[in-house]
Design a protein around this ligand. Sequence first.
Ligand code: IPE
Ligand code: IPE
Ligand code: MG
Length: 248
Amino acid sequence: MAIFKKKPEPELSLADIILPEHVGIIMDGNGRWAKKRGLPRSAGHTAGAQTFRKIVRYCSNIGIKYLTVYAFSTENWRRPNDEVSALMRLFKDYLTEALSDFKDDSIVIHFIGDRNAFSDELHELMDDNEEISKDRDGMVLNLAMNYGGRAELVSAVREIAAKAASGELDPSSIDEQMISDHLYTKGQPDPDLIIRPSGENRTSNFLLWQSAYAEYVIMDVLWPDFKEKDMDAALIEYAKRNRRFGGV
Ligand code: IPE
Ligand code: IPE
Ligand code: MG
């Protein structure tokens, strides 16, 4: 009798799969990357910023429609002053560069988070980047800076409560759509896939409301080591998931 061996599943490539519309990335592991090399944590952030540039370009090229990257959380102010300053310098470099380098590009730059906490200079760079890119037709890049999912919900609740108090809306008309419409991501689809490099299994306050049905892919690679092939691996893993949204 012939023995039939089960054929190994053929390796999928990006050409075989349906891409998620909205991808979120928690860019984590910069500090550990630096520590492994005996370098200061800021060197990890510098390396992570290069990975960020590369992966943004890659996602735009392969046709991702929305990319949200977690760059600085509302809790990251707790870090030592010199680390926070190094991050602010990297933000400034990137936002300055984006104003000219992306001139001919199609990426729409949008910030999510409370930008009032940043210096006037950074605040202005954020406004200028949004203004210069707002009519482009390519990938929407949400940069989560001083972002916290809880703070975002607090701000939405305040806005809705103020409208209720002034009689602009009836509290009984508050529904899920209204809450979504008061978040920083209003008008955008919820994330389908959230990637967390560095192996941590937690949300760390990222897109709490929006990620209700997101697929999480936790990866063992540290963010500065993250390559295009790691992005492909996460996208292929996502494509294999069976999303049920509570149905059968
Ligand atoms: C992510 O890397 C960057 C920011 C939070 C700004 P970390 O700095 O958190 O790196 P680890 O987690 O300490 O390795
Ligand atoms: C989440 O990473 C924030 C960013 C990547 C910007 P953290 O490193 O701050 O998260 P925890 O502290 O490990 O949960
Ligand atoms: Mg971390």
